[in-house]
Design a protein around this ligand. Structure first.
Ligand code: F3S
Length: 279
């Protein structure tokens, strides 16, 4: 069987940097160490870090109870309040927010200070979007679907600035912007989708078109993996979404002559290799 592995499969720059940061802090041997939210959407990595003594804080309330140690902020970034709690409690801050996410924080902070309301195109429940919202000092709206954009009605006097979650689908972002433009709103659009996502999506689409079956590897909670799956499924009906090799029914690939593999931004290399070596 021919196997085509996407060059862009797996950790992106921001995730690699965040995960390495945690392991570096562990090496220093100064505890306690916390990450604000799981460092990545990957259970294996999170469990490994737990074994090494790294605890996950899941809410501002939990963070409030911590008065000693190091708090690492993951690549998704956080709202301004979280930095304030860390400072107030005298904790050591290690900021692994991806620079591309920090850039969005700076944009929305400046644009809202300049008097604009903000539209974030993305998933409102995603921590990255929650973090971005937390840097807006004016009103912030979150739109995720064409339907939401169609239903969006705005009578405010303030101009609107549109940004996107870094991992949002590029095509869908353009569709939503087009819908907003047609409504005649005065919008200033900044496409803040990260290139890593765009490249991963484009490569996945190209490979999915060529192969008989496509495997997408990533955590169930990982929104960028879910989007990769959607894209691949559109091009290749025979697309499988797995977290690790254990989820793959290898027999279902028996009659397949060419299989493609891609993986979300939080999938470690060893998991991708294991799948690649066993299909
Ligand atoms: Fe950063 Fe892009 Fe990854 S925003 S965390 S390099 S997907």
């Amino acid at each position: 069987m021919k196997v085509i592995r996407a060059k862009t499969a797996g950790f992106c720059f921001g995730v690699k940097r965040a995960v390495n940061t945690v392991y570096e802090e562990v090496e220093k041997g100064v505890g306690p160490i916390y990450t604000y939210g799981p460092i990545i959407h990957n259970e294996e990595v999170v469990h490994d870090l737990e074994k090494k003594g790294v605890s996950v804080l899941n809410s501002p309330e939990e963070l409030e109870t911590v008065t000693k140690g190091t708090v690492i902020i993951r690549s998704h970034g956080v709202s301004r309040d979280i930095y304030e709690i860390i400072e107030k409690n005298g904790l050591h801050l290690v900021d692994a927010t991806c620079p591309f996410v920090l850039k969005i924080h700076n944009i929305v902070q400046k644009e809202s200070e300049a008097g604009k309301n903000i539209i974030i195109i993305g998933n409102g429940n995603h921590p990255e979007v929650e973090g971005i919202k937390g840097w807006c000092s004016t009103e912030a709206f979150v739109l995720e679907s064409e339907k939401e954009a169609e239903n969006f009605s705005y009578n405010g006097e303030k101009k609107l600035c549109v940004v996107s979650q870094t991992t949002f689908n590029y095509k869908k972002f353009n569709n939503l912007v087009e819908i907003l433009e047609k409504k005649g709103y005065d919008i200033h659009v900044l496409n803040t989708i990260c290139n890593a996502t765009e490249e991963r999506q484009t490569e996945a689409r190209r490979i999915a078109k060529e192969v008989d079956a496509m495997i997408v590897i990533g955590g169930r909670q990982s929104s960028n993996t879910q989007k990769l799956f959607e894209i691949c499924k559109q091009e290749c009906e025979n697309t499988y979404y797995i977290q690790t090799l254990d989820d793959l029914d290898v027999h279902s690939l028996q009659s397949v002559s060419c299989v493609g593999i891609t993986a979300g931004a939080s999938t470690p290399n060893n998991i991708i290799e294991e799948v690649q070596n066993n299909v």
